[in-house]
Write a protein that binds this ligand. Structure first.
Ligand code: NAD
Length: 335
């Protein structure tokens, strides 16, 4: 147990995107450690709002949880939230996620990721929060080919609007740290997966299609590599980013598993675990997608004590077990 773990209970956290995949897990872990958590989410329909409601319902079982249905773009709403709850630490996970969708609906990225992010920075600045942690993304490394991706690399060439908004967040945070002394930490997450995951991501899409005997779309003819990061490891790193005492006022930190997996290997593991063969529809790479990601995690290890411990051979079966239980495809386990 880390030295800061016992201090979590002394804080009120604002977790935005608390009904989302990572926000749900983070809120749950903070609540389990005794914190007060104010969760903000607009329950939008980018993917199943019912799944978001189910996550939110789980969190409501904790007496320390306050669920607020609201939008980052509503500045007055954020102001009253801060006045009422006075969170000392923020983790901003609410965003329009997804690379491919940013080609279809760019304005939803502008709203949530730029306007919403600025609103939160403003309110955080005025209320003098202790730390503002926010989700950036591995996608900001764009088409760089030098692996693993390190925070030292220049990242001025995003290849999707999603990535551009995430890089913009890092730059906006820098200006607020510089001008107003707001302590900020940007976490560059690498392909996070696990129970209660996201239905628009490959692992879920593949699992759903394979269980229904439908074909799966395999982009770049399978020559894709991703640093698949298990949710529990990512939550450990995110909690450390919120809690460790000695961070610089402005930080950017990769959070990944530090293993780059071939997509074909992931599919083979799914076939083995699901007991069905995948019907693969081989397709070219999608515009905006990067062929490979791989996180250099030395900074996270040094500054956050980050130590991911879950390989896909452990994490994917856990996801599948949850997926089947959630969809009533298997009797619920006793745990
Ligand atoms: N999951 C990953 O692999 C991954 C990788 C890199 C970065 N990220 C980033 O991490 C964060 C969390 O990702 P996730 O996978 O949990 O996504 P998610 O879509 O499951 O969660 C985001 C939540 O934010 C809410 N939201 C969106 N816009 C909002 C707004 N304007 N106001 C209030 N709520 C709003 C959504 O309803 C959703 O519940 C996002 O910023 C995402 O871009 C995720």
């Amino acid at each position: 147990m880390s030295s800061w773990t016992s201090q979590i209970k002394d804080y009120t956290f604002l977790v935005t995107g608390s009904a989302g995949f990572i926000g749900y897990h983070l809120s749950r872990a903070l609540l389990a450690a005794g914190a007060q958590v104010v969760g903000l989410d607009n329950f939008n329909d980018y993917y199943s709002p019912a799944l978001k409601r189910d996550r939110d319902r789980q969190l409501r079982d904790f007496p320390g949880f306050t669920s607020i249905e609201g939008d980052l773009v509503d500045l007055a709403g954020l102001e009253s939230l801060f006045a009422a709850h006075q969170p000392q630490k923020i983790c901003n996970l609410a965003a329009q996620a997804g690379v491919r969708y940013s080609l279809v609906n760019p304005f939803s990225y502008q709203k949530a990721n730029l306007e919403g992010f600025l609103n939160l920075l403003e309110v955080a600045k005025r209320s003098g929060v202790e730390r503002f942690v926010y989700a950036s993304s591995s996608s900001i490394y764009g088409g760089l080919t030098e692996l693993p991706f390190s925070e030292e690399q220049r990242v001025d060439t995003p290849i999707s609007l999603y990535a551009a908004t995430k890089r913009a967040n890092e730059l906006m945070a820098h200006s607020y740290t510089h001008l107003f002394g707001l302590p900020t930490v940007g976490l560059r997450y690498f392909t996070v997966y696990g129970p209660w995951g996201r239905p628009d991501m490959a692992l879920w899409l593949f699992t759903a299609a394979m269980l229904q005997g439908k074909p799966i779309k395999v982009f770049n003819y399978g020559r894709m590599q991703r640093d698949f990061s298990y949710i529990d490891d990512i939550i450990q790193g995110t909690m450390a980013a919120l809690m460790v005492p000695d961070l610089a006022p402005y930080e950017i930190i990769n959070l990944g598993n530090h293993r780059s997996e071939e997509l074909t290997q992931v599919i083979a593991l799914l076939e083995q675990e699901l007991g069905v063969g995948a019907q693969k529809e081989m397709l070219p790479i999608q515009p905006g997608d990067v062929p490979a990601t791989f996180a250099d995690i030395r900074r996270a290890q040094e500054k956050l004590g980050f130590q991911p411990t879950t390989p896909i051979a452990t994490g994917i079966p856990r996801f599948i077990q949850w997926y089947k239980e959630y969809h009533g495809l298997t009797p619920a386990s006793a745990t």
